[in-house]
Design a protein around this ligand. Structure first.
Ligand code: SF4
Length: 310
């Protein structure tokens, strides 16, 4: 006898391109770029419209579709190795920010920096730098993704006193005998950050060093608020299409929030994926995305869904 799952899969495949009658599709009005990304893109666009070309250190936003649009306008994405070879030119620093080393190289090589580091990230960099200057034997912990551009920028402020915590396992290696200040990458998952804080508090308390540990609330409010709004949005529709770049940290986090709130949530990074997605379409469809998802892309997704059954 075939299992219920077998019949469910058949149903999903069968209905993959069929829309119910009177379908309502709505885009989450709170989705789309956050203020930091808007500023970086508008800065780049202003220069590209005038000069037709601009170097950018790394992808300005973790979204291939938006990157393609900006590349078509003349944006040239370079690596740090390529950056070191440049002389007498201009380079944009994206919202994630950069370590001091990048500014030093720019000065030496006569590179004008167009600094689009997000204010929230700049503020966090400043706080970390300040703590470093004030402490002699303190350590800095940064809860974030190892190798992420923002984390590299934050670590650059720590003067060798910083360590990255990527997950719970890393907590075991934290030295509890020094004054310690914990910060988070701005786009991390707030629930996981709270768990990390609780686990560290416990470790320091067990070593009778509770006073040594302090933490700062450094997750960006755009991400925290977006998570709350999406949790609500996802429950209001039968089917959710979540649009985001695959490399976007907050995209993966926010998708997870939607999926938990509504299991009938599907991730796409480009419009063409709608052709092969095995969706059980409800007549109420919600489209939403990350802080790095352009509104124009979600609108195109809506248009494409409307054509699926024609
Ligand atoms: S998510 Fe927050 S910190 Fe990151 S770029 Fe956007 S506004 Fe800035």
């Amino acid at each position: 006898m075939k299992s219920a799952l077998f019949y469910l899969n058949l149903r999903l495949i069968f209905f993959g391109r069929n829309m119910p009658q009177n379908t309502v599709i709505e885009i989450d009005s709170n989705s789309g770029f956050c203020a930091g990304v808007i500023n970086a893109i508008q800065t780049a666009e202003g220069i590209l419209k005038r000069d037709g070309m601009l170097y950018c250190l790394g992808d300005i936003v973790h979204n291939n579709e938006e990157m393609q649009r900006l590349t078509n306008m003349g944006l040239r994405v370079i690596t740090h190795e390529e950056f070191q070879q440049l002389r007498h030119t201009r380079v944009l620093i994206r919202a994630h920010g950069e370590p001091p080393e990048t500014y030093r190289i720019a000065k030496e090589n006569d590179i004008e920096i167009i600094d689009a580091t997000c204010k929230v990230v700049l503020n966090l960099q400043r706080t970390i730098r300040q703590y470093c200057q004030e402490t002699t034997d303190g350590q800095i912990l940064i809860y974030g993704k190892q190798g992420h551009a923002e984390v590299i920028g934050l670590m650059g402020q720590t003067d060798g006193k910083g360590k990255v915590l990527s997950d719970m396992e890393d907590i075991e290696n934290v030295d509890v005998n020094h004054p310690t200040r914990l910060f988070s990458q701005t786009t991390q998952n707030i629930e996981e950050y709270r768990e990390i804080i609780a686990a560290l508090e416990q470790r320091f308390a067990l070593a009778d060093n509770a006073a040594n540990f302090k933490h700062a609330d450094t997750i960006c409010h755009s991400v925290v608020n977006r998570a709350e709004q999406l949790r609500k949005f996802a429950t209001q529709y039968g089917t959710i299409i979540f649009v985001s770049g695959e490399k976007s940290s907050n995209g993966l986090y926010l998708f997870d929030i939607c999926k938990k709130a509504n299991p009938n949530t599907f991730f796409i990074s480009k419009i063409e994926q709608l052709d092969t997605l095995n969706v059980l379409w409800d007549k109420h469809i919600g489209i939403c995305g990350a802080t790095s998802t352009p509104m124009w892309l979600m609108e195109k997704v809506k248009t494409k869904i409307l054509t699926l059954n024609t």
